[in-house]
Ligand binder design. Structure first.
Ligand SMILES: C[S@@+](CC[C@H](N)C(=O)[O-])C[C@H]1O[C@@H](n2cnc3c(N)ncnc32)[C@H](O)[C@@H]1O
Length: 245
């Protein structure tokens, strides 16, 4: 049982998040694609397309923070050299199997690392991307600060997160699915009270997209824009590492 009511110290939340993803790693992809009707893959593709429009350097060096089972890393590997990092070893192990099976050129490199203390030098990447990770972080500002630190000035950031639809009827239907159906279905299919039990609470506690945009700006990014995907079920926030930050 994962209790997030009392989030406690930073390390405590991190540990619980890591254990939670570790418990469902072998079923994560299946659950994700099934419970989102494969929309998650579509959102990752949109993220790649938006970054492709922006990144001008040939063979860019890209960091995928909280890469999990490496779907976003693999999607980005057609643009450049991708480094995926995550602090949950079982998730990385699945990701590693997938990168071997797909044998991408250039290859995708995966490593175990904490998003709140990235083991990279300042300004090492041309782009930093992250999907469905921010709301899991014990400190969003610290996570974004680390992304900013390792991004070169003028480099690009892309963050995918869940949102809530704005159209009232759709919002009501989605809320019912999201709050009532999804946690039960996730628990039934995964056998644990893991991320799908905690997903609704974590999304509801997460800043609204306008607020998230401000937090991203305050973390040292400029030209910050957002795009609602699938009527707002997901949001994509993009920005640029500020020059001279
Ligand atoms: C919802 S999954 C998303 C995985 C992947 N980005 C995707 O699109 O499927 C969240 C991932 O973030 C990772 N994560 C959460 N907090 C982290 C942290 N502090 N450092 C590194 N990884 C973290 C988890 O281990 C998990 O693999």
């Amino acid at each position: 049982m994962f209790d997030f009511q009392d989030s406690g110290a930073l390390g405590d939340k991190s540990r619980r998040v890591r254990e939670m993803f570790g418990a469902i790693a072998s079923r994560y992809d299946l659950l994700n694609h099934f419970l989102s009707a494969n929309l998650d893959q579509r959102w990752r593709q949109v993220c790649v397309q938006e970054m492709e429009k922006r990144i001008a350097v040939p063979l860019p060096k890209i960091l995928d923070v909280g890469c999990g089972t490496a779907d976003l890393s693999l999607a980005f590997s057609r643009l450049g050299r991708v480094f995926g990092c995550d602090f949950c070893r079982p998730m990385l192990r699945i990701g590693a199997q997938k990168t071997v099976q797909t044998s991408r050129r250039p290859p995708v490199f995966l490593l175990e690392a904490d998003a709140l203390a990235l083991p990279f030098a300042d300004a090492s990447f041309d782009a930093v991307v992250s999907a469905f990770v921010l709301r899991n972080l014990a400190r969003i500002d610290r996570g974004l600060g680390e992304m900013r630190r390792v991004l070169r000035p003028g480099g690009f950031l892309a963050v995918l997160e869940f949102g809530m639809p704005r159209v009232p009827l759709l919002a009501a239907l989605y809320r019912c699915y999201f709050l009532q159906v999804l946690p039960k279905l996730g628990r039934l299919l995964s056998g644990v009270d893991g991320p799908y039990g905690y997903l609704p609470a974590s999304v509801q506690a997460f800043p609204h997209v306008e607020e998230l945009k401000k937090i991203v700006e305050q973390s040292g990014f400029e030209n910050v824009r957002y795009r609602r995907l699938t009527a707002g079920i997901a949001v994509l926030v993009v920005g640029q590492g500020a020059h001279g930050a």
